[in-house]
Design a protein around this ligand. Structure first.
Ligand code: PMP
Length: 375
């Protein structure tokens, strides 16, 4: 059936039901946001022009951008000491830009290696300058994030970079690491999954496509003093301070991705804010962890208990063949995206803010049934 033969969008949506999408990102978005976007694609703010078609310098997008920043500040309780701005190139580009902007020649930056993404950040950092791997998680197969005692900071580091939530391995930092250096966090996979602990940080960044919206935009929040401390001349599009000073419009920004992120901020606020998100996320994750605790002869949880992620749960059954059967059986029951990252195998359930509790209940029930029939 083609969409043209349908009398309305509602009819189309009724006939094309959605499944539980456990994808690590791009990931499930709030239904309210998708429905609002459907209208705003046609015409936003009564302008007769859709959001995709508005100039990035026109009044309609001025409003989208202003509201997006204001709502982001409201969600994160962000003071004016911090700049909030939107950049391109995904989180991965920030792996290069951060040392380019803030690692001067002759200084060292500390990095904790807690998974594939931090490993990539380290590799890209080394292209720019001197990097000290202050914690090497590869030696324990990234099964935990380090305590402060396990982090070997260098003297007078330019900054310490860490990742709050390791999307692939399903580990999280219970608290930010302690350091006297400016602290920079990759929060791509857990931003706004609970209250934002911004104060210890000089800068945080997050690719949008997990908890904030579609891919194509990265949220950056940086202390204004730190922003000013760029250590070398760079082409303008690579300078955080210049992007921030031009309100994220040094060039044409990803207007639709910013619009969507703004809608997600509004949704978080309508739902009651980050405290409510935290409560829901803890309950959702508990449904899944509890089954595995109970059936611990069958399921193996990768993360050590003290640092388990509420966003990404990486687990295995006793064999790779059973993992395949698990994934195929789940797909037959309307659960998609459960295959683990290609580096780890096994399964991964990504259950970000917008992922419904009913999907976690369905997975927990399926896990029980699968262990009974295959254990
Ligand atoms: N950091 C983390 C924690 C991630 O999970 C990812 C992507 N999954 C990245 C960085 C890379 O993001 P991008 O694809 O936007 O470059």
């Amino acid at each position: 059936m083609t969409t043209a033969s349908l009398s309305s969008l509602d009819e189309f949506m009724t006939q094309n039901s959605r499944v539980y999408n456990f994808s690590a990102g791009p990931a499930t978005l709030p239904e309210d946001v998708i429905r609002q976007a459907q209208q705003d694609l046609w015409s936003i703010f009564g302008t007769g022009i859709g959001i995709l078609e508005h100039s990035h310098r026109g009044k309609a997008f001025d409003r989208v951008l202003e509201e997006c920043e204001a709502d982001c500040r409201a969600v994160g309780n962000i003071s004016d000491d911090y700049g909030v701005f939107f950049v391109q190139g995904g989180a991965t580009t920030q792996f290069a830009l951060i040392p380019m902007n803030y690692l001067p020649d002759g200084r060292t930056a500390d990095y904790t290696d807690t998974g594939l993404w931090t490993n990539k950040a380290i590799k890209d950092g080394k292209v720019v300058g001197d990097i000290n791997v202050a914690f090497d998680g590869s030696t324990c197969d990234y099964d935990h994030t380090p305590s402060d005692d396990e982090i070997n900071c260098s003297d007078n580091a330019a900054f310490l970079h860490y990742c709050t939530n390791n999307t692939i391995y399903g580990t999280t930092f219970p608290a930010p690491p302690k350091t006297s250096a400016p602290l920079i966090a990759d929060m791509s996979s857990d931003i706004y999954s609970g209250p934002l602990n911004l104060k210890p940080h000089a800068m945080i960044y997050a690719g949008a496509q997990k908890n904030l919206g579609p891919s194509g935009v990265v949220l950056c929040i940086a202390h204004r003093e730190f922003l000013k401390s760029r250590c070398r001349e760079l082409p303008s599009m690579l300078c955080y301070d210049k992007i921030e000073a031009k309100e994220s419009r040094l060039n044409t920004p990803p207007t639709f991705a910013i619009y969507m992120m703004g809608q997600v901020f509004k949704w978080i606020l309508r739902e009651g804010g980050t405290e409510v998100m935290a409560q829901r996320n803890a309950e959702k994750a508990k449904l899944i962890y509890d089954v595995m605790e109970e059936l611990s002869d069958f399921y193996h949880i990768h993360a050590q208990p003290h640092c388990r992620s509420m966003m990404n749960i990486h687990f295995k059954t006793p064999s790779a063949d059973l993992d395949d059967a698990f994934i195929a059986g789940a797909a037959a029951e309307g659960m998609d995206g459960l295959r683990g990252h290609r580096n780890t195998g096994g399964m991964r359930a990504s259950i970000y803010n917008a992922f419904p509790r009913a999907g976690c209940e369905a997975l927990a029930q399926y896990m029980r049934a699968f262990a009974t029939s295959h254990g």
